[in-house]
Design a protein around this ligand. Sequence first.
Ligand code: TXA
Ligand code: MG
Length: 345
Amino acid sequence: MPSPSPAEDLPPFLPPTPAGTARAAELLRAGEVVALPTETVYGLAAHALNEQAVRKVFAIKGRPLIDPLIVHGLDAGFFASLAHFTPAARQLAEACWPGPLTMIVRKTAAVPLLVTAGRDTVALRTPAHPLMRAVLEACQLPLAAPSANPFGYLSPTRAEHVRASFGGRVPWILDGGACALGLESTIVDVSDETAPPRILRPGPITPETLTQILGQLVEIGAPTPLAASNEGLAAPGLLARHYSPRTPLELLEPTQSPVTPPVGERAAWVRLQRPKPADAAPRGVEVFWLSEDGDLAEAARGLYDLLRRLDLAGYEKIWCDCAPESGWGLALNDRLRRAAGRGKP
Ligand code: TXA
Ligand code: MG
């Protein structure tokens, strides 16, 4: 991990004001990279049709050029010259945008192959965050933006997370406070009219919601098994190890508890709900919880922030409870498995 420059050498965050969003738009138009808040996580944005600007994003993130970026726009009309919408894509845009849904559709020649990593499809999203929308409105550009974290690390849910990872390499960060959702968007592939829609990454918009909107069953998971390499994956972000803290993380099924750490070592135990006073933790294990009452949306909102703090705190190991496999639990478990390095399709 790169070490950030001292905070005092860096410009202050761009403020969440009209002046701040206007400055962000001006920088983006000039081909600079700016970190922007969305309702899911912060993104590292650049003018999607300016290859030099997009190259900077890959370089800053340390992201392999085979991993395509999401293009963000104000609404479906904004993407008219960039992509071909299938009927399912149109229906989902109507029902879910602006919001935490990314759709994979076929691209036009206007989208650089650099953005899509050589694919003939492009990922599109219309974010709901008012500051992100103000920037899109002011710059009138499609913005390519991956999550604003070094490749493979936890996504940022606060402006401070972006600065902690990149220091002076990303001087321009629009400060939108904490992200309202805290986990990355749902990604659904609706590029092929002849195939059922397929969820490539579970997220805030659940399979049930997508099925209900489309009136047809939605498939879940990558079409090929997750592997240690990128080959054959519909989305390289579906790598088995991704979204990971540096501290080893292990998942616990509902009946399991952490193993007592060796003498002299400390471990953290992340619970989804405040434990009852009778639930003792093993010696050397400190307990944290993401929600008082097990509200999974609340747990998702705080997960990355807590894992980042625990990563800095020097524990030898992080244990984390699994969520029930439905609703928000699908996305939470997906990220937790990847953080633990054992994602599954
Ligand atoms: O919530 C989000 O989606 C955030 C905010 C900033 O919008 N963005 C985000 O971007 O999570 P990123 O780049 O970290 O994850 C996007 C995922 C990657 O796993 C990438 O491989 C996949 O989308 N992807 C992009 N284009 C694709 C395509 N044409 N086909 C399949 N997967 C694609
Ligand atoms: Mg990411």
